[in-house]
Design a protein around this ligand. Structure first.
Ligand code: GLA
Length: 752
């Protein structure tokens, strides 16, 4: 094998810019400690070369004698012995390798796999050095959690090198001590003079040291997103993934590994969330010794990256938390960090407007007059923002034309978008607009002008989606990205627009770009994401006052990556209140309530044809970012009055729902009712939303024990005036009956 020429790559990186309390390196024992308030993440360097994962879980102060106390039997290996010690022999076949590569004795799924100029696909990384610093650097071109001051997190970077190939891997760990969260990401640097064909570069590998865990994930379909599913781990690999170039409706980039006995408030739970919106994998591979390797990253399927000499490839971030007190603690930690240090911009900390969206009220069949009537009625009852959905541009009367032609459809809107927006503003309401910027219709001026701007393969049929002729623009091309930014900017500048709904309504198929060279065609899925993120960054920076809400056929790309740009997301196209119990409950495992768009719609419901009371629809939608998606003009006077009350009530509790702590007291997946409790950050307001799914005759009452209150304080029910002690509500609670299908209660308590 020809030896590659390698530039000076062995600069030892060992340095500590400042002293960190959250990250420590025991030089004598060669052990790294990452400490949050309640957890520790520990790694050791074996024989100066092998970086091992030793512990992630409850806080420890020291790891004793890791060389003698490894969690594996060494004598059972026959794959090959990498390490001889005076006391023992070791094989990477079994060791908990912190960043495993393909090529020597470790034959589990690697985190890194590449082909070198010689044709060899063997990579052997050795520990080289580390750096510790206060703060956290941003990830080039990618969404990630961030700090506002260097005191909020500390970062450890560990460098591994392959001395034969010139590959350098930098593992980056940031410790958000107060949030009890650790983030991980990886970058590869080609320090050789030859290109490296990277075929897999995962962002995180960690281990569990026995297999008595359940694989807990969020699965579903269009209009049935993020239902909770749990399976015991098996020997072999359990995996969720996406190959759609979007995270998708079917699986979300979220995984929990939990003890089978874990509940909302007890038991060990590991939560992993991937801050990426494209193809991903999350897998748990259990080996012959029941050691569980947890791999998370960009899906190696359909991934390639030709890393040229000197080039750096940045892999996305994984956010992890370990909870010793069940799923509730895990979720509240995700909610807190995502609300405060992933979401950005003006709306991060401010209450979002109650909106009305015309989609289910009119679909494509509207004109200015209809929209103004909807707006007027909505404004009368207290709605703050009108959102004009699909159908306002080009010549869009059905789903098969005009995507890409972001100019007003004058037949429907003779006064243009600015004329309509002015009239809405005169009413005292804000105005928002729907776009699907990543798409182009074959029947559009954009496609006629630029017939090669879509993703596809010349000579192959284009898979039709959502009616014929909806194609995806090739965001690997800078000129296409520029077009999108300019087209949207022109509309946003032309009128009083304070909200954008950014939709994305198809999977990406027939992967091919008219401009990428042959040896980079397989880079398209990740380059697409980089193009999209760059567009979003430009737009949210240029329009800081605009509230962006994400959408992908409902919640098809509702992931942590998107929250960096969109502080809220349309949770699902299913607006039925009962279906929403499952969707919102599942989504809340990782996403905070302020990010979940939830609207009251007409009955019978358009997706499942169920009729539920208006009160129920209101209460369930109040558990998220509240709005309406119906023609309020069609309601009776009594119903209109109820809507007015709902909006008034929501405005009183929205700060608690948005920024408080969520306690899931009853799960729709485990019984026939659901209860969600929200406690404001200052513990002064408590909101309980309770829903019966199916009633039964002569069943017992349901005991609802509150959580997160002050034990020695008193709470007043704001409706009835009854006063309860905190310890009573938490240890005895209230008994609620399930005597009527779909009936809900919303109770608010105030600290006395
Ligand atoms: C998607 C969205 C809907 C609506 C339609 C418009 O399905 O999820 O809310 O905006 O597109 O075409």
């Amino acid at each position: 094998m020809a030896v590659l020429k390698i530039k000076d790559r062995h600069k030892p990186a060992t340095k500590e810019r400042t002293l960190s309390m959250a990250i420590l390196f025991d030089k004598q024992e060669q052990i790294f400690y990452l400490h949050t308030k309640n957890t520790s993440y520990v790694m050791g360097v074996l024989h100066g070369k092998y970086l091992l994962h030793l512990h992630y879980g409850k806080k420890i102060h020291a790891y004793h004698n890791f060389v003698k106390n490894l969690p594996i039997h060494n004598d059972t290996t026959w794959c090959g012995v990498d390490i001889m010690d005076s006391d023992a022999i070791y094989s990477t076949e079994l060791l908990p390798m912190e960043y495993p590569t393909y090529g020597s004795a470790d034959l589990r799924t690697p985190a890194f796999h590449a082909e070198y100029e010689t044709g060899s696909a063997v990579t052997c990384l050795g520990y080289c050095g580390y750096e510790i610093y206060h703060g956290k650097e941003s990830l080039s071109g990618l969404p990630a959690t961030y700090v506002e001051s260097d005191s909020e997190a500390d970062t450890l970077e560990i460098t591994l090198v392959d001395s034969l190939t010139g590959l350098k891997i930098v593992l980056s760990y940031s410790v958000f001590e107060d949030y009890d969260v650790i983030t991980k990401s990886v970058r590869a640097v080609n320090e050789s003079v030859q290109p490296i064909d990277v075929q897999s570069i995962l962002s995180s590998t960690t281990y569990l040291f026995d297999k008595n865990y359940e694989f807990v994930h969020l699965t579903g379909a269009w209009a049935r997103e993020r239902h909770i599913q749990k399976q015991p781990l098996m020997n072999g690999t359990m995996q969720i993934d996406s190959k759609r170039v979007a995270s998708g409706h079917i699986h979300s980039p979220f995984l929990a590994l939990a003890r089978p006995w874990a509940t909302e408030n007890q038991g060990e739970v590991y939560g992993y969330s991937f801050v990426y919106s494209g193809n991903f994998i999350m897998q748990a591979e259990t080996n012959q010794q029941n050691l569980v390797r947890v791999n998370i990253g960009i899906n190696p399927f359909g991934f390639h990256w030709l890393l040229t000499p000197g080039e750096v490839f940045q892999a996305p971030e994984v956010v992890m938390t370990f909870s010793n007190s069940g799923f509730g603690t895990m979720s509240r930690r995700f909610h807190r960090i995502y609300r405060q240090r992933l979401c950005r911009g003006k709306y991060r900390d401010s209450e979002r407007p109650v909106l009305i969206n015309n989609w289910e009220a009119t679909y494509y069949d509207f004109d200015e007059e209809k929209i103004l009537n909807i707006a007027k009625k909505a404004h009368d009852v207290g709605v703050e923002l009108l959102v004009l959905d699909d159908g306002w541009y080009g010549k869009r009367d059905t789903g098969d034309s005009s995507l890409g032609d972001w100019r007003p459809y004058l037949k429907k809107l003779p006064n243009g978008i600015d004329g309509l927006a002015d009239k809405i503003a005169e009413m005292g309401m804000r105005f928002g607009l729907w776009f699907e910027p990543e798409m182009v219709s074959e029947n559009s001026d954009l496609f006629r002008t630029h017939p090669d701007w879509y993703i596809g393969i010349p000579g192959r049929p284009k898979t039709p989606a959502r009616g014929p002729g909806q194609l995806v623009l090739d965001l690997t091309r800078p000129e296409v990205c520029d077009y999108i930014v300019e087209a949207l900017s022109a509309v946003l500048r032309s009128a009083k627009i304070s909200y954008v709904k950014w939709d994305m309504n198809r999977n990406i198929t027939e992967i091919g770009s008219a401009t990428l060279p042959a040896n980079r065609q397989q880079e398209l899925p990740h380059r697409y994401m980089l193009g999209l993120y760059s567009i979003l960054e430009r737009l949210v920076t240029a329009f800081p006052d605009v509230l962006f809400e994400g959408c992908a056929g409902g919640g098809g790309r509702f992931d942590a990556g998107m929250l960096y740009y969109f502080p809220q997301y349309w949770t699902s196209d299913d607006t039925d209140a009962i279906e929403r119990l499952y969707i919102q409950h599942g989504t809340s495992l990782v996403m905070p309530a302020c990010t979940m768009g939830a609207h009251v719609s007409a009955v019978p419901n358009h997706q499942v044809h169920r009729t539920t009371p208006l009160q129920t629809r209101g209460h369930i939608a109040m558990a998220g970012q509240f709005g309406y998606e119906m023609d309020l003009g069609k309601l009776s006077e009594e119903e209109t009055e109820l809507v007015r009350q709902q909006i008034r009530q929501y405005k009183e509790i929205r700060s608690t729902i948005h920024f408080g702590d969520l306690y899931r007291l009853r799960s729709p997946f485990e019984g026939e009712n659901t209860a969600w409790e929200y406690v404001s950050a200052d513990l002064k307001q408590v909101v309980l939303i309770y829903c019966t799914i199916r009633a039964h005759v002569i069943t017992g009452m349901t005991q609802i024990r509150f959580e997160g209150l002050k034990e020695n304080a008193q709470y007043r029910n704001t409706e009835t005036g009854e006063i309860y002690d905190g310890d009573f509500l938490m240890n005895v609670g209230l008994y609620l009956s399930d005597s009527k299908d779909y009936a809900t209660k919303l109770m608010t308590f105030e600290l006395c």
